[in-house]
Ligand binder design. Structure first.
Ligand code: A2H
Length: 256
């Protein structure tokens, strides 16, 4: 963790249907999700790209927690993030995050989920090996049009679905054009992954470079080409989309 505070937008990714392995974990904890809203909380720096979510990622190597926020609302994130949230007025009692059960990322993979603002009404929860437990919530929503990491990961997943224990079609939704820039067109991440010849999510240095370029290019040169703020500069639209998500109850500010 760095010395500078980082402000994330915590996006509520609602679970629509649990995979069998996750159902077993919930059963053991005597937790019945019927009539309750359970959301994976994805930490993002790019709320304006949420129109282009094609899936969401958890790490198959991280243990998450299911936390009670109210009688009807529950969040899934790392225990570390839940502790931080408890001091940011996100949990009902200051300093306390009420754990219902631990749940491994592996058991959650394949869940049917709803990602707010996405043009796809329903997407899947998929594995991402490069998620760090020490950052954000441990949940990363996937926007392959604008995130080189996300594009590299979905490409890898679609290449070897059996190896990753998923259905190929879950990782095969088309990236969505969200932002246009003079240099990279309307799918910055796709263009950069090609230009820098990135072959896999393990090409760390090239991905770090792509990420840096993509972020600056979109922020300073980008124009929205979808949604309520179509035609506006990304620099301006970013905060408006974030505030709309928060007002709709689909997101909150999470600091670390
Ligand atoms: B971003 P920073 Cl479209 N491990 O959201 C690895 N990556 C993580 C993470 C973790 N624990 N938690 C969050 N992230 C990702 C959207 C996005 C993001 C786009 C483009 C770039 C981008 C959709 N994925 O990030 O280290 C999340 O992905 C590149 C800057 O705190 C989050 O924002 O600076 C970003 O990395 C946080 O990175």
């Amino acid at each position: 963790e760095g010395v500078n505070p980082q402000e994330y937008t915590g996006i509520k990714i609602k679970v629509l249907e649990w995979p069998a392995a996750a159902k077993e974990v919930l059963d053991k904890a005597a937790f019945n999700p019927d009539g309750k809203t359970v959301s994976l909380i994805a930490a993002t720096l790019r709320p304006e790209t949420m129109y282009g979510q094609t899936c969401c990622f958890v790490s198959p190597n991280i243990n998450y927690g299911l936390y009670e926020i109210s009688e009807t609302e529950y969040y899934i994130c790392t225990p570390r993030a839940a502790r931080n949230m408890a001091f940011q007025k996100i949990t009902p009692v200051r300093g306390e995050a009420k754990l219902v059960t631990e749940i491994s990322g592996k058991t959650l993979i394949g869940a049917r989920i709803n990602a707010p603002l996405s043009v796809y009404p329903e997407v899947r929860l998929l594995p991402m090996d490069t998620i760090l437990a020490s950052k954000g919530t441990g949940v990363v929503t996937s926007v392959p049009s604008d995130s080189p990491d996300d594009f590299a990961t979905v490409t890898e997943l679609a290449k070897k679905p059996e190896f990753y224990g998923i259905e190929k079609e879950w990782a095969s939704l088309d990236p969505v054009p969200i932002i246009s820039t003079p240099t990279y067109g309307d799918m910055t991440a796709v263009a950069l992954v090609k230009e820098l010849k990135i072959q896999s999510p393990k090409d760390k240095d090239a991905l770090a470079k792509a990420k840096e370029i993509a972020y600056k290019d979109a922020f300073y040169q980008g124009t929205m080409i979808i949604g309520k703020y179509k035609g506006e500069k990304v620099e301006v639209a970013k905060n408006k989309v974030k505030e709309d998500l928060i007002a709709a109850g689909d997101a909150f500010v999470y600091n670390e």
